[in-house]
Design a binder for this molecule. Structure first.
Ligand SMILES: [Zn+2]
Ligand SMILES: [Zn+2]
Length: 248
């Protein structure tokens, strides 16, 4: 049988580097997933506790009635432009305005908590389903991800590296668990995000040897952040996988 035309591409060292770089990004993502989930779950619980304390609502109260369109005013910059009933986000006229807020006094307050917790005060509300804020921490996490591409994601495992790492960068309180300064544009997490983009957007599906070495150095660095990750089991397991991947 003739050798397939693509086989020389597959066996090329730069193509193999690209696969290794992709695996390194995947392993790093898996290494930080539980960390991100746990922090966001704590944030979700804190929001509910603060909201009940501040509004005289019984502890443990929840609301499932308000959809995202109900808690976001029309128009809201970067989400919808209103345009006198022509807004695509607020399709249903009945949900355009909610003058009395959430009937349980929860969801509008939750929206404000998320807004205040966001480093740039611009949560990606387009991604999220507000009816689940009280029950699914990942719907809260999605507010800290890029604005597009995460609407149907329901768990950390279904979320890509870019989404996960954006939560660390955009949820301000992560700073307490990270030694590197997350407000810097060149933090180890911002560098990690750039690596993910470079691998994903590589036009020839290739990575140079020197770039590959740098990617591994940077990702191992990220997983070794001394404030928390350096002693975290999932991050340590990810480092072991990265080192194995680097050897052969
Ligand atoms: Zn609107
Ligand atoms: Zn509500």
């Amino acid at each position: 049988m003739a050798t397939p035309l693509y086989s020389s591409k597959l066996s090329g060292s730069k193509s193999k580097n690209w696969i290794k770089a992709g695996l390194a990004v995947l392993f790093t993502k898996e290494g930080i997933e539980p960390f991100v989930y746990d922090e966001i779950k704590q944030f979700q619980q804190k929001c509910l506790k603060d909201i009940s304390n501040n509004n005289g609502i019984p502890a443990g109260s929840t609301c499932f009635s308000c959809c995202t369109e109900n808690v976001i005013v029309c128009p809201t910059n970067k989400i919808c432009n209103g345009g006198r009933g022509k807004c695509k986000f607020h399709r249903n006229a009945a949900t355009q305005y909610l003058p009395f807020g959430c009937p349980n006094k929860i969801c509008n307050n939750f929206k404000n908590e998320i807004q205040n917790a966001h480093r740039f005060h611009c949560p990606s509300f387009k991604n999220t389903d507000a009816t689940q804020w009280c029950t699914n921490p990942w719907e809260v996490a999605k507010c800290f991800m890029p604005p597009d591409g995460y609407k149907d994601v329901t768990s950390a495992a279904e979320t890509d590296f870019n989404g996960i790492i954006s939560v660390i960068i955009n949820y301000k309180a992560f700073q307490s668990k990270v030694q590197d300064d997350l407000s810097k544009t060149c933090s180890i997490f911002a560098q990690g995000r750039e690596i993910g983009k470079a691998v994903r957007h590589s036009p020839q599906l290739e990575v140079e040897d020197t770039d590959l070495q740098q990617y591994f150095t940077d990702l191992l660095n990220l997983l070794s952040d001394p404030a928390y990750l350096s002693t975290n089991t999932d991050a340590k397991n990810a480092k072991t996988k990265l080192l194995q991947c680097l050897v052969k």
